[in-house]
Design a protein around this ligand. Structure first.
Ligand SMILES: O=P(O)(O)OC[C@@H](O)[C@@H](O)c1c[nH]c2ccccc12
Length: 256
């Protein structure tokens, strides 16, 4: 697949001398009617793109903060089709590129082709599917390529060398470097060798390398962004929205 729109926006950001920051929020947390305003706020804070979670009943990779956000969103009636409909009803095009984070099941339930077309007409630029292994990607890859939607691959600290090479080769949009062994959520400590891991990935990947999982302070965001090309921050952003600490969200997103 050629360069996706997402990749172009990310590369332009780097070329302008900035690091990339992708906050994650759960779609429907607080109701779908606030989604457009939240995206605009994140853009105004300096976010490069947004990762938008689709709430799901069995979120295996998610820690407690994101699980609870998912439960709130499901209670508000959010679903994959309602979220896509909301995105396409925006008054203006989405203020910044949108990456959907969804498990495989809702995609298969909707039908892969229908999902890819709806994503494309709703302004979605990329997707992350954490329970879709490399070996099963052909389930979705043709439909996504037809709609020019980037399939973002995740690499883990424990991924063997060969697998990292395969993932780095195939990567579209960006390569998601998971920086912990475990589920999402804030942590005080990361392993010491994360810097080496990110620098290594950067030499192997043709797309930007973003670090994510457990980043909850501006200092850590800055540090990880300096090894790679930027960061993804989820649980902490969700907590700060819950506490209405908008200034702290601004500080977390504003990377040097
Ligand atoms: O919440 P954290 O620890 O800041 O990590 C980002 C993460 O939430 C987001 O990218 C994400 C949410 N759910 C996921 C499932 C798999 C991979 C990534 C994700």
């Amino acid at each position: 697949m050629g360069k996706t729109n997402l990749e172009t926006v990310l590369q332009d950001t780097l070329q302008a001398g900035h690091k990339i920051c992708v906050p994650y929020i759960m779609a429907g947390d607080g109701g779908l009617s606030i989604l457009e305003e939240r995206l605009q706020f994140l853009k105004d804070c300096g976010a490069t793109a947004v990762e938008l979670g689709i709430p799901f009943s069995d979120p295996v990779a998610d820690g407690p903060t994101i699980q609870q956000a998912g439960i709130r969103a499901l209670n508000e009636g959010a679903s994959l089709s309602a979220i896509l409909a909301q995105l396409s009803s925006f008054q203006h095009p989405a203020p910044l590129p949108i990456i959907l984070m969804t498990y495989l099941n809702p995609i298969l339930a909707m039908g892969v082709d229908c999902f890819a077309k709806k994503c494309s007409s709703s302004g979605v630029d990329g997707i992350i599917v954490p329970d879709l292994p490399l070996e099963e990607e052909n389930l979705v890859s043709d439909s996504l390529a037809d709609s020019n939607i980037a399939l973002i691959r995740l690499v883990a600290l424990t991924s063997p060398e060969e697998r990292i090479t395969m993932l780095a080769d195939k990567s579209e949009g960006f390569l998601y470097a998971v920086t912990v062994n475990g589920t999402t959520g804030g942590r005080d400590a990361h392993a010491n060798d994360v810097g080496v891991y990110l620098q290594q990935l950067k030499t192997q990947s043709t797309v930007p390398v973003l670090a994510g999982f457990g980043i909850s302070s501006p200092a850590r965001a800055q540090e990880f962004a300096s090894y790679g090309d930027g960061v993804v921050i989820g649980s902490k952003i969700i907590e700060l929205f819950q506490q209405q600490r908008l200034d702290d969200i601004r500080k977390l997103i504003a990377l040097q």
